[in-house]
Design a protein around this ligand. Structure first.
Ligand SMILES: N[C@H](CCC[C@H](N)C(=O)O)C(=O)O
Length: 278
């Protein structure tokens, strides 16, 4: 089977063209290929599929085989994949995802290869039962949650997938290997959760580390960066346009006051093409 390894700020995925390759059990394939010792190695698997309602359809499977609704870094790379290989040559495209339609705007370099992509990530969702997070309140804003005998305050946001944003004084000292899984599998998250630990540098800059549902600590998370930007405004800690600094690099996120949507801009990189026996 042919595949392409790509990443957005080090959040890496294995891309398979579901138009030319027939994938029978994507969940099992995701687990096998994502393994960084016995497989190709990645945070998950992304299938590029035909769509009757959009230019393409994206299915994303985390490294543990679970299917996710949306992937911010992954969708930028999908746009690069289809443009650079001439599967479509428009500078604007619409991708169908499990979270709905997403519109993308592409920027190219001097060799007409995609360098930057801006994604209309849609509206942030704060209603607890739509994230979902179990709560007595309609929204989860700075609500306490006890993890390993420590109390954290979380703000719940859905970007099509579930996020809990936790403000901290410093992301450096956090032991994500310890507390990440406790958040991810906590009983208050019926569909588990991606958790972002966010340190406000100033009203336009945030440093973030993320423990992703189904993948563990990743170098970046596009939907997570958007969730942090939305929570920053909700908690009046940051402006609507912020630079989110993740381990793998920076994303520019704007929660547009005019249309209420979140726009995320960042890079997309092709690492290599390969063939794997399945
Ligand atoms: N682990 C996520 C999917 C990947 C999202 C992330 N890699 C991004 O760039 O948005 C979930 O289960 O919701």
């Amino acid at each position: 089977m042919y595949f392409t390894k790509m990443h957005g700020l080090g959040n890496d995925y294995i891309y398979v063209n579901g138009i030319t390759e027939h994938i029978r059990e994507p969940e099992r394939l995701a687990v096998r290929l994502s393994d960084r010792h016995f497989g190709v190695g990645a945070d998950g698997l992304i299938l590029i599929l035909p769509s009757r309602r959009a230019d393409f359809r994206m299915e994303i499977y985390n490294a543990d085989g679970s299917r996710a609704e949306m992937c911010g870094n992954g969708i930028r790379c999908l746009a690069k994949y289809v443009y650079d290989r001439g599967l479509m040559k428009k500078k604007e495209l619409i991708i169908e995802t499990d979270a709905g339609m997403r519109r993308l705007r592409l920027e190219t370099d001097e060799e007409d290869k995609i360098s930057q992509v801006t994604v209309d990530m849609g509206y942030p969702i704060f209603q607890a039962d739509k994230i979902p997070i179990i709560s007595e309140h309609t929204r989860v804003v700075q609500e306490p949650i006890s993890i390993r005998h420590m109390e954290y305050r979380m703000t719940g946001v859905s970007m099509g997938n579930p996020h809990a944003v936790v403000w901290v004084n410093s992301v450096k000292r956090l032991d994500l290997a310890q507390i990440g899984p406790e958040f991810e599998y906590h009983g208050r998250f019926p569909r588990r959760v991606n958790v972002e630990f966010a340190q406000v540098v100033d009203r336009e800059h945030i440093i973030v580390r993320v423990w992703e549902r189904g993948a563990g600590e990743t170098l970046a998370c596009g939907t997570g960066a958007c969730a942090v930007a939305a929570a920053g405004v909700l908690n009046d800690l940051t402006e609507r346009h912020v630079t989110v600094k993740l381990k793998g690099g920076e994303l520019s996120v704007l929660w547009d006051e005019a249309d209420g949507k979140i726009y995320m801009t960042g890079p997309a990189v092709t690492v290599y093409d390969g063939i794997v026996t399945v």
